[in-house]
Ligand binder design. Structure first.
Ligand SMILES: Cc1cc2nc3c(=O)[nH]c(=O)nc-3n(C[C@H](O)[C@H](O)[C@H](O)COP(=O)(O)OP(=O)(O)OC[C@H]3O[C@@H](n4cnc5c(N)ncnc54)[C@H](O)[C@@H]3O)c2cc1C
Length: 373
């Protein structure tokens, strides 16, 4: 018999969905409470590295993901005028039979996961959150925001970087801005763009884009963080920054017209010390660790949390601290290494460092995440 019979997951994003699917398939009763009234996935596109794809394949959704996304195996480095400087093969961190990287639209990923959650038999209740919980050590009594109550063997806080569950557990860790901000647009894919191409330098720290489908891609510009009240016309600002870049950026710039299609956000980071649980309530995903997307490993690390926790819960016959310790042994150091490396890459751009070994750091993280967690 598995260690738990029923589980409440707070947050129906990437981490919460990826945990619900294997648990519900194994016959556990899984309830998700999602604060939004429907599935939403803010942002535009997402770059999924091989180790994220490996978890998605294990979840049985690889066919849908590969049909919806755009796979590629190399990275292009360009000068600000668009000249190709180097073509770097990407490590296949998910194994030789998966692409190194796949770009896709966030709402597509959210829809695929939500369908798998439903088909597995988990129940998602939208527009709801946890108002209160009381952990007896044997179970957790929960009161939801609509006044309904329940009793669960395990509660999982998968409620993202601003996790309410984390606060309710008294874990006093908050996201910290890294000093960088990113402008993103979801746009048409110009002919010939078949992988992520990056420019380091010019008016921004990074100018990049990633294909997400046959006709689509997302493009981004990373600069020093700006106070949100000074953003003004977002399209005009992003277009001005894009003026500094050649190559495909001429076409991208022409599409930067509607401020409502531009997403601006600060880079933030967060790392909760081990353990990520208090008795029978545990944090996973961005609620426990979040990094700026300089390595595009955030969602991969969330998916790995879910996979490892599900495996441990289904293999054990009782839930006690040793299960959470085993979870931490497999997850804490690895997630911390990704957060630290992602921060260091950003710091090297904010404060140019002559001896910064960018390829060395990226290679070490690629080797680390190639190993199964
Ligand atoms: C600018 C940017 C670019 C990024 N690019 C990449 C990338 O290219 N590749 C990559 O791998 N990662 C990327 N990431 C990181 C990635 O988006 C996150 O790591 C990942 O989405 C976190 O998943 P999660 O499920 O833990 O949290 P979330 O995706 O935030 O999901 C949390 C869910 O919980 C819900 N929720 C919140 N509060 C409550 C509550 N109180 N009660 C109930 N529900 C609640 C939310 O509505 C949401 O549905 C990027 C992040 C940023 C900021």
């Amino acid at each position: 018999m598995p260690a738990v019979g029923n589980v409440l997951i707070v947050g129906g994003g990437t981490a919460g969905s990826a945990l619900a699917i294997p648990l519900a398939r194994a016959g556990l009763t899984v309830d998700i409470v999602e604060i939004n009234p429907e599935i939403t996935a803010l942002g535009s596109g997402i770059t999924l590295q091989g180790n994220a794809l490996r978890v998605l394949r294990d979840l049985g959704v690889w066919d849908q993901v590969s049909a919806a996304g755009f796979p590629f195996d190399s990275l292009g480095l360009h000068a600000p005028d668009g000249t190709l400087l180097a073509e770097i093969p990407d490590a296949r961190t998910g194994g030789p039979d998966l692409p190194a990287t796949l770009g896709m639209e966030r709402p597509e990923l959210a829809t695929i996961l939500a369908k798998a959650v439903r088909e597995a038999g988990a129940r998602t209740r939208f527009g709801l959150t946890v108002a209160e919980f009381s952990d007896t050590g044997e179970h957790v009594d929960v009161r939801l925001s609509d006044g309904t109550t329940g009793t669960y063997d395990l509660v999982v806080g998968a409620d993202g970087i601003r996790s309410a569950v984390r606060g309710m557990l008294g874990i006093d860790v908050a996201p910290e801005p890294t000093g960088m901000g990113i402008w993103r647009i979801h746009t048409r894919r110009p002919a010939g763009i078949e992988r992520t191409n990056l420019i380091y330098g010019g008016p921004c720290f990074i100018a990049g884009y990633c294909p997400t489908g046959p006709d689509t891609m997302y493009a981004y510009l990373v600069e020093k963080a700006r106070p949100r009240e000074t953003l003004g016309d977002k399209a005009a600002h992003m277009r001005d920054l894009a003026e500094g870049y050649g190559g495909a950026w001429a076409e991208i710039r022409a599409d930067i017209t509607d401020p409502d299609r531009i997403n601006y956000t600060w880079f933030e980071s967060l790392l909760v010390d081990r353990p990520w649980n208090r008795s029978r309530i545990v944090l996973i995903g961005d609620a426990a660790h979040a990094c700026p997307p300089t390595l595009a490993q955030g969602a991969a690390q969330c998916l790995e949390d879910a996979a490892v926790l599900a495996e441990l819960l289904l293999a054990a016959d009782r839930l006690d601290q040793s299960l959470f310790d085993a979870f931490m042994d497999r997850r804490h150091e690895r997630a911390a290494a990704v957060v630290e490396a992602s921060l260091r890459l950003g710091a090297w751009q904010l404060e140019p460092t002559p001896d910064a070994d960018v390829p060395g750091l990226m290679g070490r993280i690629a080797a680390l995440v190639t190993e199964r967690p």
